[in-house]
Design a protein around this ligand. Structure first.
Ligand code: FMN
Length: 351
């Protein structure tokens, strides 16, 4: 077992692939006493290596790197092709070719080699279970290993691989569902319920994620048994985050969020827009990363064109509560609020 590094504040900035998690964001969170995370998903191993070096140049604080495990399509090629046909009008409008709907392993083995070589303090996995051998190699490099879970059964399976803790992701969370399967009706627990169900079956430390936007909800997660709270959406408007301008502009408004496969073929929570909620006779197929590859050029073109109706707008249910603050200041405010909320809970009015 490798323990989580000691933290001044029990606050983790979630890994956010696709741009938001920059070395500057990770370093600012670490400097302020939280734990920052790089997102290795969709990045080449040499880019990840460069980002690790940049973090280390900026801070001596601990940090984590998140790895997305490869997916497998359940949908057929014909279903993927039928869905691709429904995207052509959008592609024509934005004057871009759709991507190839092919699978790859996102350079998994090279990334694990790199993380072992770099002796990264914390590595978290999403979309499945690392092998016991991978966990052992990371332990030998002194790395604390976390596995993202969305059900109590997944927490039990994570413990069996030798992992040191779990990230319990509630249905409120922004971005992809991080659990082992992508089936509708599996892993759809609200965060507080999930925390209590996981505590019943596992003694591993739990990092709570999903919809946490301020110290009040962080205090609730800690009270429900979490060791730390992982916030993603809350950091998306920090100046250090690499969030694109289209995404930044829609965050904090009154639009609701929805879980959809439309963008990537795997369920993910986005702010509602035309692409996420359009009605079609062809439902988005369960095919990740195929649909991710298919729509990536379209989503990039949408960002370049300032098109909020076609871009993926990952956000948790609480995004209206977002603050636009430097990351270090946000960590300090969250920590102070958590402290106040926990003290109020210990001394309830009239209690
Ligand atoms: C823009 C964005 C990108 C994300 N990318 C990743 C990722 O690469 N790996 C991962 O494990 N989780 C990813 N997540 C999910 C977060 O780890 C976390 O579960 C989630 O942000 C928590 O919910 P919140 O956004 O309401 O705080 C992402 C979330 C967002 C909002």
């Amino acid at each position: 077992m490798v323990d989580l590094p000691p933290l001044r504040h029990p606050l983790v900035a979630a890994p956010m692939a696709g741009g938001p998690s920059t070395p500057r964001l990770v370093a600012a969170v670490g400097q302020a006493g939280g734990l920052g995370f790089l997102a290795a998903g969709y990045r080449r191993p040499e880019q990840v290596g460069e980002e690790i070096r940049q973090v280390r140049q900026l801070t001596g604080a601990s940090f984590g790197v998140n790895v997305l495990l490869p997916g497998a399509a359940r949908a057929t090629e014909a279903e993927i092709a039928a869905y691709a046909a429904t995207l052509r009008p959008d592609a024509q409008r934005l004057d871009v070719a759709l991507g190839e709907p092919v699978a790859d392993d996102d350079h998994l083995d090279e990334k694990i080699d790199l993380l072992c070589q770099e002796r990264v303090p914390v590595v978290s996995f999403a979309f499945g279970l690392p092998t016991g051998a991978t966990v052992e190699r990371l332990h030998a490099a002194g790395t604390c290993v976390l596995v993202t879970v969305t059900t109590p059964d997944e927490a039990v399976a994570a413990a069996e691989t030798g992992a040191d803790g779990v990230v319990a992701q509630g249905i409120e969370a922004g971005g992809h569902r991080g659990g082992f399967t992508d089936r509708v009706g599996v892993g759809e627990y609200g965060l507080l319920t999930l925390l209590r169900l996981v505590a019943r079956v596992s003694r591993l430390p739990v990092v709570a994620a999903g919809g946490l936007m301020d110290g009040h909800s962080v205090a609730a997660a800690l009270t429900a048994g979490a060791t730390a709270a992982q916030l993603g959406t809350a950091f998306l408007r920090c100046p250090e985050a690499g969030t694109n301008p289209v995404h930044r502009a829609v965050l904090g408004g009154s639009r609701e969020t929805v879980v959809t496969r439309a963008f990537t073929g795997r369920r993910a929570r986005s702010i509602v827009n035309g692409f996420a909620s359009r009605q079609s006779t062809v439902p988005p197929p369960a095919a990740y990363p195929h649909v991710h590859r298919l729509t990536a050029p379209l989503r990039r073109a949408a960002v370049a064109a300032g098109d909020t109706e076609t871009a993926s707008l990952w956000a948790g249910q609480g995004h209206a509560l977002i603050r636009e603050l430097p990351a270090g200041e946000l960590v300090r405010q969250l920590a102070a609020e958590t402290h106040t909320a926990l003290a109020a809970t210990r001394h309830p009015p009239g209690g």
